[in-house]
Write a protein of this length. Sequence first.
Length: 150
Amino acid sequence: METYPEKLGSALREILQKNEDAVKGYEKAAENAKEIGLQSYFQNKSKERLNFIASLRAALPNIDLGNREIQGSTTAAMHRTWMDVKAFFSGDDDEAMLEEAIKGDKAAVEEYEEILDDIDLPPAAAEVIRQQMNWINNDLSEIKTMEEVR
């Protein structure tokens, strides 16, 4: 059975990993996007997630959150490869990438909610996670609007 510090560290490392995956995914989407505005949007999303990582680390200086280099997971690397393939074969790859971004952001919100509901977080960590979840929710509204305009 995991102790509280182990459970907390594990959950927060998972959130960090997801954000690292998002950084790489948004970088890949920016590379593949045809429209300049969408390229810029994905680049900004990548920078935003880098800030999320820094905020989480700053809020929890005493918890071992693992390697500080952004590497991303194997699963996410496979997903980015899938995005490349999908972009190559899709007639409108910008739309496909927007759909993937929406799917990823929805999953991120669910993971943030789960951590907030399941783990008694230190106040600083809970606040950072809540702020990031709200930011992603707001971004979801923006990206859905972008998709509808297309």
